[in-house]
Design a protein around this ligand. Structure first.
Ligand code: NDP
Length: 474
């Protein structure tokens, strides 16, 4: 008789958990998975996927405007938010169904319930009260929204604000919206709402949006957003939100007020660990608030592992998927390997979008930071060359769109290795995904130069930047 009910029990059916469950089951393990909300997790249900659909919707405005220069008379256009939301919901339901089918096909038992850890090998399923045992437990509960506080105190009127969760289900498109925060979600939703026709104001507590991204990309997007009529109020926090006739009023810390129909907080996400019973099993929490894990995603409890945003390493879907896959291969497939965290590409789906892989200029100038965060790149950086291109994409020429595309390569002087690639403009994410292959393989600037250009394209600029950038004389 089997010692445990399951060989593996996964808590959380998001990107990381689903991948781990399916791969482990493929190796013959008896696998159960619990999900308290919807199978697919944040990315599929209320994150990357529905967001990208909304981004597509928001970009039709540019297409309609640009069409005239190419001889098209599009005529008057109207936009219907409920149609978009209904179609988006249909697609998300379809994807959720596929996730379930794929889990079932792999032989994974799905439990639609919240699950909490009861001990080193025990999990209680809240819906039935049943406790099951498992040889290994994988915590893959992701992140939960962190609504900003004002120096530890809740912000008055927080009950009036929405988060990205609600933004996906608003009954109507707000005519005006204040978006609080300067990270991925704030910047992406600001672009979505603006493209769909809302008046948008971003309120951000520091001096420039997208902290952590390359300075040129941050500046470039700030300028493009201004051109698109998105107001960005920096150096301010929201001290309170009140209901007034016709909508809401956000009160900023300098006493100024911004009236709008909606206020959306996008002030980050935190590892979803509350009430999981981690302490009962001896699972420790790291200083960054995530579950403490080693490179094999092992927690401080012998049979408990954790992957994805709940570990607060790099909080991106493909990273969670890799971590889940590596865990399953290593523990159930006797094929140990570990996720690599260097050269992780990412995109901000603003309009225009940012695609980025490797180091920012500031990071590349700091060898100590590189050695601490990317041991495989240790010894590189410090002395770097920059290559930059700023140009109007061909499509903008006869459409009359003034928007400029920016590209930047950061190259290690000693080795010629390309350490960073940053693109702002249409299809930046698509381009950078491809550049990431070469950069992970250790491509040098000479390899970029030797690569034949694909003409006419915007991406060809990445292989035709011949002159080192020199700062303008002051
Ligand atoms: P981010 O961490 O990217 O941004 C949070 C923003 O809120 C920052 O600008 C931060 O400011 C600000 N903030 C945090 N706390 C407070 C506070 N108390 N008061 C005022 N402002 C505050 O989180 P997001 O919510 O945008 O996204 C969550 C995660 O989801 C991201 O980490 C990312 O991994 C993932 N994601 C990825 C996407 C993609 O790959 N395209 C898209 C969307 C999300 P400061 O800069 O000062 O810290």
């Amino acid at each position: 008789m089997a010692k445990h009910d399951y060989d593996l029990f996964v808590i959380g059916a998001g990107s990381g958990g689903v991948r781990a469950a399916r791969i482990a089951a493929g190796y013959g393990a008896k696998v159960g998975i619990a999900e308290e909300y919807r199978v697919g997790g944040t990315c599929v249900i209320r994150g990357c996927v529905p967001k990208k659909l909304l981004v597509y919707a928001s970009r039709f405005r540019d297409e309609f405007e640009d069409a005239a220069g190419f001889g098209w008379n599009v005529g008057a256009t109207t936009f219907d938010w409920p149609t978009l939301i209904a179609n988006k919901d249909k697609e998300i339901a379809r994807l959720e169904g596929l996730y379930k089918i794929n889990l079932e096909k792999a032989g994974v038992e799905i439990h639609a319930t919240r699950a909490v850890i009861e001990g080193p090998n025990a999990v209680r399923l809240e819906k039935t009260g049943r406790t099951i045992t498992a040889g290994k437990i994988l915590v893959a509960t992701g992140g939960a929204l962190a609504l900003a506080e004002d120096s530890g105190k809740p912000i008055p009127g927080l009950e009036h604000v929405i988060s990205s969760n609600e933004a996906f289900h608003l009954p109507k498109l707000p005519r005006s919206i204040v978006v609080y925060g300067g990270g991925y979600i704030a910047v992406e939703f600001a672009g979505i709402f603006r493209g769909l026709g809302s008046e948008v104001t971003i309120v951000y507590r520091r001096d420039k949006i997208l902290r952590g991204f390359d300075e040129d990309m941050r500046t470039g997007l700030t300028e493009e957003y201004a051109r698109r009529g998105i107001k960005i109020v920096t150096g301010r926090t929201i001290a309170g939100v009140e209901k007034v006739a016709g909508g809401l009023r956000a009160k900023l810390d300098d006493g100024s007020m911004i009236a709008s129909e909606a206020v959306m907080f996008a002030t980050g996400r935190a590892p979803h660990i509350k009430g999981l019973g981690l302490e009962k099993a001896g699972v420790e929490i790291a200083a960054n608030g995530g579950i403490k894990v080693d490179t094999a995603s092992r927690t401080t409890a012998a049979d408990i592992y954790a992957v994805g945003d709940v570990t607060n390493r790099i909080n991106l879907t493909p990273v969670a998927i890799r971590e889940g896959h590596a865990f399953a291969d290593s523990v159930f497939g006797k094929k140990p390997w570990a996720t690599e965290y260097d050269m992780v590409p990412t995109a901000v789906f603003s309009t225009p979008e940012i695609g980025t892989v490797g180091l920012t200029e500031a990071e590349a100038r700091d060898p100590a930071w590189i050695a601490a965060h990317h041991p495989k790149l240790a010894g590189l950086g410090g002395e770097i060359d920059l290559y930059k291109a700023a140009f109007r994409p061909m499509k903008g020429t006869i459409s009359g769109r003034a928007e400029r595309m920016l590209m930047k390569l950061i190259v290690d002087q000693k080795t010629d290795r390309v350490l960073g690639c940053h693109v702002l403009g249409p299809d930046a994410g698509e381009m950078v995904q491809m550049a990431a292959i070469a950069m992970r393989m250790g491509a040098r600037k000479a390899d970029f130069d030797a690569t034949m250009a694909l003409h006419p394209s915007a991406a060809e600029e990445l292989v035709t930047m011949r002159s080192k950038w020199v700062p303008p004389a002051t």
